[in-house]
Design a protein around this ligand. Structure first.
Ligand SMILES: *Cc1c(COP(=O)(O)O)cnc(C)c1O
Length: 387
């Protein structure tokens, strides 16, 4: 088979299964509104839960940072890319989260790849919640360690795996808030089990940090759990991009030796770090935004419970409507788009087969009337959608 045949076949399969992915360029769309083809849509697809991507102080901090430091970091952190601003922000993050150290990464994807690749060896095993994010499962699949997935949010299933003897080390992996379902992991139970069996726990709190817990410290803080490894990402509630791994001193030093995504990749620009510092300050003071978000979520759930769609158990900003087959999910997303709402259908392989869904995200930037428009539109679009 030639390269072109292989590629054409793969594309044909995707098209046939209604799983062909396309990007649609927009003219701005990180927050409440998304503009595309001269039309403005109410945006229910972004992860900018607090609306910080548009926050004047965050924007001004990035601009001031660019004026001071330029727009690029000039190299890997091991060469010239690590500035005093990076160091200061790492210390701020560590202090905020109650860890000895924080290490900045260019993205959550890179952080997850890096930490799994650096830590795990052939005799080890990874026990991952079945619904863990692609960045974790990808890294786990490519790791020489054994990968076992446990039933979503089922401590008993994890326990059975932990009880199997092993020569090497065990790393258990889960998320604070699951990205496609919006439900939270029972972190205290999971951590009690991992500690009892000598496993480390890694919690990826991409969707919890900023929105959960006092000062927005996240899911772990809220559930009073301090996993050995905590991954925070800045593309969601921070409204920006980048990530950090929180850990102890020795692990941080170890990652600085062996995490190739840090060593062989250009550090994030100092100006971006300035924006992240401003976003952190906003997050620490953002009880009003978190209250507004919670009110919007309640408003949505109260209204949606009256509609023909089944809600999930999520109480977070991620409110999926599980539709089932790919075509129905796509059709519903299109009908909503026709009504001026930007909603994305998420299909396999991102989610399990037969669970194509609308992944609605509610944010603090939405006004109550936006939620009402969403509910009215869902009501008007529900005909002919079998669940
Ligand atoms: C978004 C996300 C990531 C990836 O983070 P990026 O910074 O966007 O690369 C990792 N884990 C989870 C759970 C996510 O939702």
């Amino acid at each position: 088979m030639s390269w072109t045949t292989r590629i054409d076949q793969a594309l044909a399969e995707r098209r046939l299964a209604s799983t062909f992915r396309q990007r649609l360029p927009n003219a701005g769309g990180g927050s409440r509104w998304l503009t595309q083809d001269q039309r403005r849509y109410l945006n229910f697809s972004a992860n900018d839960y607090l609306g910080l991507s548009q926050h004047p102080e965050v924007i001004a901090a990035w601009q001031r940072g660019a004026a001071l430091y330029g727009v690029g970091s000039g190299g890997s952190g091991h060469v010239t890319g690590y500035s005093l601003v990076h160091q200061q922000f790492e210390q701020q993050l560590a202090q905020w989260q109650g860890y000895p150290r924080a290490l900045l990464f260019i993205s959550g994807f890179a952080a997850n790849q890096a930490v799994l690749a650096a830590l795990l060896q052939a005799e080890d095993r990874i026990l991952a919640d079945k619904l863990s994010h692609a960045s974790l499962l990808e890294a786990a699949v490519h790791s020489p360690a054994q990968l076992r997935r446990f039933q979503h949010n089922q401590p008993a299933a994890l326990q059975r795996l932990l009880e199997k003897p092993l020569a090497g080390e065990t790393l258990t992996v889960t998320e604070g808030v699951f990205s496609m379902d919006g439900d939270a992991a029972p972190l205290a139970e999971l951590h009690a089990l991992t500690r009892q069996h000598g496993s480390w726990l890694l919690v990826d709190d991409a969707h919890g940090v900023g929105v959960m817990g006092a000062q927005g410290r996240g899911s772990c803080w809220q559930q009073q759990v301090r996993p050995e490894l905590l991954v925070l990402t800045f593309g969601k509630a921070f409204g920006c991009s980048g990530a950090a791994i929180l850990c102890d001193d020795a692990t941080a030093d170890y990652l600085l030796q062996f995490a190739r995504h840090l060593i062989y990749s250009t550090a994030m620009p100092a100006a971006q770090v300035c924006a992240l510092q401003a976003a952190l300050t906003c997050i620490q003071q953002a009880d009003d935004l978190r209250d507004k978000l919670a009110a919007n979520i309640s408003r949505f759930r109260a209204g949606a419970s009256q509609l023909a769609f089944a809600l999930t158990a999520s109480s977070t900003a991620i409110q999926p409507l599980i539709i089932g087959d790919n075509q129905s999910a796509l059709a519903l997303a299109q009908r909503l788009r026709d009504r001026g709402l930007w909603v994305t259908a998420i299909r396999p392989p991102t989610v399990p087969a037969g669970t194509a869904r609308l992944r609605l995200t509610i944010t603090a930037a939405h006004q109550p009337e936006d939620i009402d428009i969403l509910l009215e539109s869902l009501n008007g679009c529900s005909h002919g959608i079998s669940q």
